[in-house]
Structures are given as structure tokens and as C-alpha cells.
Design a protein around this ligand. Structure first.
Ligand SMILES: [Zn+2]
Length: 130
């Protein structure tokens, strides 16, 4: 679905203001959460894959990796979990428990906002394609 996101952006001439790789990660997660049965479980599995891939990473990255078009695996992990949480804070109440308590309340609020904001943005383009 990530790769379909790249195709959708190209096909619809959608302006990308920021990293397209992040945008299509969001595209995939938003589609799963809105339109696919058990999409939240699928999104969490995808997030877990990013966490798994980051396990054998060094503590510090080379400078060249910071300029890569992709965000780091742990960014992608937490960005995905954030949208899943934001889509249903009651059902997913424990999803962000690994986040330190100092940040947890703020991050939960942000994730609800982020889910609503990105859903609205993508829906704008989903509706145009009918
Ligand atoms: Zn990509």
C-alpha cells in the first residue's frame, strides 16, 4: 500500500509538502484504518516490522543516513502507532504505553489531532477520484 501511495500521488498530481516517503506511509495507514477490516491490526503489524528492522541498528547513524528520503525505522514505527492510537483512543488505550510518562499525555493528544488532520487531507483526494 506504501508503493500504491507513490502511484496515487503521481497519478493525481498531489502536491507533496515534506517527505513523500512519510506521506505514503500515512496514506497506507489511513487507508487501513478507514477502509480495511482489522486494518488497525494490520497497521500495528507493519509498525512492528519497522521496530524489528531497527533492532540491529547502531545507536548512532552516519550523516549520510540523515539525508535519506526515508525516515528512520523507529520514526516510521511510532508514526504508524500514533495514527492507530489516534483512530480509536479507547480501543488502543495501551498502544503507546512504552512512551515515557513525561510525554505520554501530550503525545496522545497530538496523535488524535494527527489522525484527524491526515484523514481529512487524504479524504480530500480520495473523494476527487470518484
Ligand atoms: Zn516509498
Amino acid at each position: 500500500m506504501h508503493e500504491a501511495g507513490h502511484a496515487f500521488i503521481a497519478d493525481q498530481n498531489i502536491p507533496v509538502l515534506g517527505k513523500e516517503e512519510d506521506a505514503v506511509d500515512n496514506f497506507a495507514t489511513i487507508l487501513l484504518l478507514h477502509y480495511v477490516d482489522n486494518g488497525d491490526d494490520i497497521a500495528i503489524s507493519a509498525a512492528d516490522m519497522f521496530a524489528f528492522e531497527s533492532e540491529d541498528r547502531p545507536d548512532y547513524y552516519d550523516f549520510g543516513e540523515y539525508i535519506d528520503e526515508h525516515s528512520f525505522d523507529l520514526h516510521r514505527y511510532f508514526s504508524t502507532l500514533c495514527l492507530v492510537y489516534g483512530s480509536d483512543p479507547k480501543k488502543q488505550s495501551n498502544l503507546l504505553d512504552e512512551i515515557e510518562n513525561d510525554y505520554l499525555k501530550d503525545r496522545k493528544e497530538f496523535c488524535e489531532f494527527q489522525f484527524d488532520s491526515l484523514s481529512q487531507s487524504w479524504e480530500h483526494y480520495f473523494k476527487q477520484t470518484n
